[in-house]
Design a protein around this ligand. Sequence first.
Ligand SMILES: O=C(NCCCCCn1ccnc1)c1cc(-c2ccc(F)cc2)cc(O)c1O
Ligand SMILES: [Mg+2]
Length: 214
Amino acid sequence: TQSTRPQRLLGAVQKNATRGHPRSVIQAIDHFCRNKEWAMNVGDEKGCILDSVVSEVSPATVLELGTYCGYSTVRIASRLPPHAKLITLEFNPEFAVIARQVIAWAGVEDKVQLVEGASGDWIPRMKEQFGVKTFDLVFLDHWKDRYLPDTKLMEECGLLRKGSILLADNVICPGTPDYLEYVRNSPRYESQYFKSHLEYTKVEDGLEKSVFLG
Ligand SMILES: O=C(NCCCCCn1ccnc1)c1cc(-c2ccc(F)cc2)cc(O)c1O
Ligand SMILES: [Mg+2]
């Protein structure tokens, strides 16, 4: 039977990356996606912007919406301070199966909790289920039409505090117009656009970094 792209991406990691070395896992995925098959990881160019935000925030609690194969999960987890926790939500069980193995291969599983299901269902349960008070950093990379409703839901659930950082992928391509309009015009956010390119291409894309002002 035919393998799926996530399965082939995992194969490239297991073949070319060294267990326990997150950087080699990232390099193996980027090489696979540049030379074999494009895949919707945040990629190496936007990934460097993600890295700098993670290092700057040095978050104790991170929420990632949209795990896919775990590429950005590994990038973030490998830069977290000790005892910091990353909760990553994935709706697609097939992606989750692959991501768990990529995360394990990188050796960052102790910092990561992968939760399967819909963000709209899980966000209201974060406090009771995972003992989370607020998130220091949220990386939005799931369905583009869920960025805005899930941001409003996080506000309503008291999961954001003064200074919480939202970092959103794909605000140009595929695009998240309603989310961009909201964070750029709401008095409750201070937003900044980081111009870049769609992973592994020359197409414009970028990350939007928004600070919740409380
Ligand atoms: O759709 C994307 N991501 C969500 C995947 C499903 C999330 C499921 N989920 C997880 C939790 N809750 C729901 C995405 C797409 C593209 C893209 C760009 C150009 C193109 F021609 C084709 C595709 C680039 C990305 O960087 C992306 O992130
Ligand atoms: Mg993305």
